[in-house]
Design a protein around this ligand. Structure first.
Ligand code: HEM
Length: 465
């Protein structure tokens, strides 16, 4: 059986291993730079710790699907997120994850949540008016979309209308905005000094934001509980659905108040940047590739009257728009790597035989590199939404949809996928139907944080005459 030490490894430094090379750029660029010369599985070292890197679709599937039994989220990431309050289904493991996932999914699948999806149309209309008011200005697209996604998540998850689109960021959003960079920063620091009583101003700021967010969510939970005690019309939003969620097999199994709290925070964090960045890339590609823009517009015009998709059901009439979202997910996923670790000694099957993975080995699954490998998706560097439409895919083009990991995969696949796809369809159809787009900056690079997205993407929105 192959041992980790037998696998290829890029050249690194004694003791420090590959830490210096990674810190020169970032973990994504460094690993994607090494991968083509290292093969499907390779290792890197970080301060004496050996990390297994997966750069092969079939091996990635084995790892991603063998959760929660054999692989867990990477402990460094898990600890940092939990310290900053996000101790929900994203970081839970084992039986705790199984329980929370079942109950959170019951909340996500509840009729209340599905009904609240129609609120997304109202918020999209508000967003349209807001963009129309910025005629011709170079708009900060990601910033605007973040306001949109927080308004949607607020309405759907909390039953609250933050209206940050018109009013600007409210207290909750201001504090949430502190948390992502804090998580990304703490994950990149080899020595977690903050656990040894040392606090820099940046740590105090992050911790006071955690407290502020906690106070707001706790109030919302209290309100939801009070309402549910005096009404019997069922849950009206995700908080209420989570408070009422029961296990199908054992109705005494429910989420504790702490778990409701952590999952609400998790959902707020998980739903904002991710969806905003995906929608932003969609608008970016639409603004640069006329055939994509024209087709999005034609599909929206055909599918519905009025400026905004009227209901979540109507989104089914937008298959090309969905294909544009999938293509962004393949080409520009908001997470380029899924960071995991082995829970127990385990083996991975490869074409060259089994590879032994000792317990606690960090395992980094390079989902973006896999989705941009020509063996899995032909002409990977072309933005080609048609590849996702069965009757339009160019003949002979490699296409492995089972390796679409943009929302993760296996038992832990993202539960927010339907909501996220609805938001992206609402935005893309509203924008292409109502506006012409003009790029306001020549080149757009990637911004690397806890999630990846376009850096300083600016577009001018011109109302159609
Ligand atoms: C385009 C937008 C989104 C993208 C690309 C995305 C992507 C992902 C990915 C890659 C994972 C990790 C999956 C895995 O480990 O296999 C994940 C997990 C998760 N996402 Fe999303 N997500 C998006 C939007 C959302 C939204 C809108 C919500 C909630 C409203 C959400 C809630 C979650 C939660 C709770 C998890 C943890 C699931 C678990 O560990 O069991 N996400 N997402």
């Amino acid at each position: 059986m192959v041992q980790l030490r037998d696998l290829p490894q890029p050249k690194g430094l004694p003791v420090l291993g590959h830490v210096v090379a990674i810190s020169r750029t970032n973990v994504y660029e460094a690993l994607e730079g090494w991968a083509p010369s290292q093969g499907p599985l390779f290792t890197i070292d970080a301060l004496g710790r050996r990390i297994l890197v997966v750069h092969d679709g079939d091996i990635a599937r084995q790892v991603i699907r063998a959760r929660p039994t054999k692989f867990a989220r990477y402990r460094v990431m898990r600890d940092v997120i939990e310290e900053l309050g996000g101790k929900g289904v994203f970081t839970a493991e084992g039986d705790a994850w199984r329980r929370q996932r079942r109950l959170v999914m019951a909340g996500f699948n509840s009729r209340a949540l599905l009904a609240s999806f129609d609120r997304v149309s109202e918020i999209t209309e508000r967003f349209r008016e807001h963009l129309a008011g910025q005629e011709g200005r170079a708009v900060d697209v990601v910033g605007e979309l973040m306001r949109y996604t927080i308004d949607v998540t607020g309405a759907v998850a909390l039953g609250r209308d933050f209206d940050t689109i018109r009013r600007g960021p409210d207290v909750l959003r201001r504090h949430l905005q502190v948390l992502f960079p804090a998580i990304a920063r703490r994950m990149s620091i080899p020595l977690p000094y903050w656990r040894y009583g040392v606090r820099l101003p940046i740590d105090r700021k992050a911790e006071s934001s955690v407290q502020a967010v906690s106070a707001i969510i706790s109030d919302l939970i209290r309100e939801a509980r009070t309402r549910l005690e005096s009404a019997d019309d069922g849950p009206r939003n995700l908080i209420e659905a989570l408070l009422l969620a029961r296990d199908d097999d054992d109705p005494t199994v429910m989420l504790s108040d702490d778990e409701v709290f952590s999952n609400v925070l998790t959902i707020l964090l998980a739903g904002e940047d991710t969806t905003a960045n995906t929608s932003a890339w969609m608008l970016h590609f639409a603004s640069r590739i006329p055939r994509v823009f024209e087709r999005l517009r034609a599909e929206a015009e055909e599918a519905f009257d009025g400026p905004v998709l009227p209901s979540h059901e109507a989104a089914r009439k937008l298959p090309y728009t969905a294909a544009v979202a999938y293509e962004v997910g393949r080409h520009r996923p908001v997470g380029a790597i899924i960071f995991l670790e082995a829970i127990e000694d385990t083996e991975l099957q490869t074409e060259r035989g089994s590879v032994f993975v000792p317990a606690n080995t960090p395992v980094f699954v390079m989902i973006r590199a896999i989705m941009n490998d020509p063996r899995n998706f032909g002409r990977p560097h072309e933005f080609l939404p048609e590849r996702w439409l069965d009757d339009e895919r160019p003949g002979g083009l490699a296409h492995s949809p089972k390796l679409d990991f943009s929302f993760g995969g296996g038992p832990r696949i993202c539960p927010g996928r339907p909501l996220a796809l609805l938001e992206t369809a609402m935005v893309a159809s509203m924008v292409t139907k109502g506006f012409d787009l003009e790029p306001a900056n020549r080149e757009v690079h990637e911004r690397v944080g806890f999630t990846l997205g376009p850096d300083d993407l600016r577009l001018r929105f011109h109302r159609r005459g």
